[in-house]
Design a protein around this ligand. Sequence first.
Ligand code: 26Q
Length: 807
Amino acid sequence: MSAMSIPPVSPSEFSADILRHLKHSLGKDDSHASLYDWRMSLSLALRDRVVDPWFESTRKTYEARGKRVYYLSMEFLIGRLIEDVAVNLGLDAVAEAALADLGQDYAAVVANEPDAALGNGGLGRLAACFMDSLSTLGIPAYGYGIRYEHGLFEQHFEDGAQRETAETWLSQRHAWEFERPEVSYPIDFGGHVFEENGKTIWRCAETVMASAYDTPVIGWQAQWANTLRLWAAKPTTAFDLASFNRGDYIAASAPEALARTISRVLYPDDTTDIGKELRLKQEYFFTSASIQDLLRRFLSEGGDLNELPDHVAIQLNDTHPAIAGPELVRLLMDEHGFDKEAAIKTARGCLAYTNHTLLPEALERWPEELFIRILPRHHQIIQMIEAAHLSETGSAVRILEHGEVKMGELAFVMAHHVNGVSALHSDLVKETVFADLHRDYPGRIINQTNGITPRRWLYSCNPPLRNLINETIGTSWPNDLQQLDGLAAHAGDPAFLDAFQAAKDSNKARLSNWLKDHGGHALDPEAMFDVQIKRIHEYKRQLMNLLETVALWNEIRDNPNAGWTPRVKIFGGKAAPGYVVAKQIIHLINDAAKVINADPATRDVLQIVYPENYNVSMAEILIPATDLSEQISTAGKEASGTGNMKFALNGAPTIGTLDGANVEIRDCVGADNFFLFGLTAAEVTARRAEPDYARRAIEASPRLARVLSQIDSGVFSPGDRGRYGDLVQGLWNHDYFLVTCDFDSYFDSQRQVDTAFADKAGWTRMAALNTARVGWFSSDRTISGYARDIWNAPSLIASRTSRKDVA
Ligand code: 26Q
């Protein structure tokens, strides 16, 4: 076929494809087909059209002998794929028409797909956006991760409290993957190490197999496709027939059960409760499989391992795959005869590490004892790496310290570049967690501000706005998002602003209907939709949002005729199952919603909505319908945020602190189009050093003191008045995240939002300028930065190679 052009297809041809799959892949005729059958048939018909560009991309990569990028990540939060694939193939309208011809509702078929939640939050969703951009940019790449049998748990509310149940996305066949039983590697654990004839031998105690499943990732207009390769754990010997014949049926399946545990479930903790043995095994499992796989590919193409860094770039998504360094060194030394200097140098030439957090509790450290027991050879190699690092730099920073293996230091020392994920965060990485290593290796730390894929986060999720943009500036913006600049010229045009507002209103109506269908009630379409959706964490300060909501409730009751701007406060997000305070915050939001929503004195102007089980698909409905984006973390704590970018892109101004990428968003949209409040990162540090800062803040704010005493006394938990005593006492006594200190500033800023929203035309203009000015936050720009500054990996799409990438 002519390279990479999409063959045109009519709705009738495409419905024939769907019917063919219905019959031959699903074994159904159209009179008996279920929604599942239609969804699978549609997915397979789309998948067919991904295969040629995929093969073509592989062929071009092979011919170019170019560099391949390997993105190692414990998490890929990909969500649903039907629309994603249809849009990238340019078949979204065709697919919808074809299904209509077959008497099926496209939206219902799309919604039948399980939301693949192989991630916790920001880090996992970033990996998914990066895969999309790598393909759109035509950079040869593999994403490597784990094919978890159970993704992130499902969240339910029971009397307002979070309950978790297992997620089961694989209970139905996964439409997009290709099983590769022939691609599998042994992964060893435990045992001991000895020397024999001058060679180091690791005699392991236990082995599982890593077996590959490939999902093609198609880029914009099908110009390129890469592979997401996920590893499933399988036993080396499936079944112990001897035990079975003895009648011991449980022992017979023991090896299988043991092995499968490794890829059974995603750890639901973002940042808390680390240090579990199974987690370390998961990390080594997928990292070792990935390194073995990329070495096999390199050697099969006749490569010389000394030149590995010219052909292979390995990006570590946080420290979770940091064992890649020692693993690569081990394979080079123990299997390929490298000496230690050459092995370390070669490994470092390939590896780079992205840091996503400064929170001390999230920095991975493993007990050395555990390491010696599970990965004895790697422990030796880490000692060697540490010795080389100490003598090379005269550094005082150790990797092994206080009986622990410090994964951040390991990743840093083994990487040629280390990057933070926003300008502020990268500065703080240099000044705080890695200050000493920054001195030892000047220039190693750089910044790559995060981004989001405009295909999913504007084109697919927001059809009304997409259409308006197409009419206004043409249709070539989805892979060149900076073109949105062109919208700014229309920000003074009343007809454009009316159309912009009409798009927002239609998204708000869609959300309102969706909530009604999902156990909620209709919302006032005139009200401001004020949205905070993200994992529940103290530093993200959902609690401050709730306190402000209660204060507003009080204010409205005190002054019912003050002309209040109607608001709906929408929350979404999960708490790690073991994170007690986060779960109390969820409970409190739901308890407060019950009381406040029922109050006849305020219910027309203030509502709280908290739909269960926030996930990627829910975000796709909520974000386009949002008027106000809540990005209110304690300054210095949110590494970047990416939700903040999605909201701004979809025309929701931010109320936020100077944290993470908020800083850069505000620089782009302009201070007039951003509601800033709160302490800066430097002020946060200074305030913490002041004695009694929380108590003093509460005593200085009667408004806050009143809210706290209401919660403390059980106004929202009448059946259990002591329920929130600890939560409130926590604010009085420590308040590490300075909710109390920023409260007044936040409340005042919200009142400015009220005033601004009441000026309809002014608000719409502000919203439109947000959309127009955040084109820079495309993950295509981010990936171009990684490709240029870290990977030295060119695009293999002919028209892109000469393009000067914007930074
Ligand atoms: C570590 C060890 C054991 C168990 C779990 C973990 C673990 C898992 C997930 C630690 C951290 C995470 C996730 C972190 C995360 O999502 N960080 C976010 O990354 C985004 C992308 O860069 C940023 O935008 C967010 O600011 C950051 O919080």
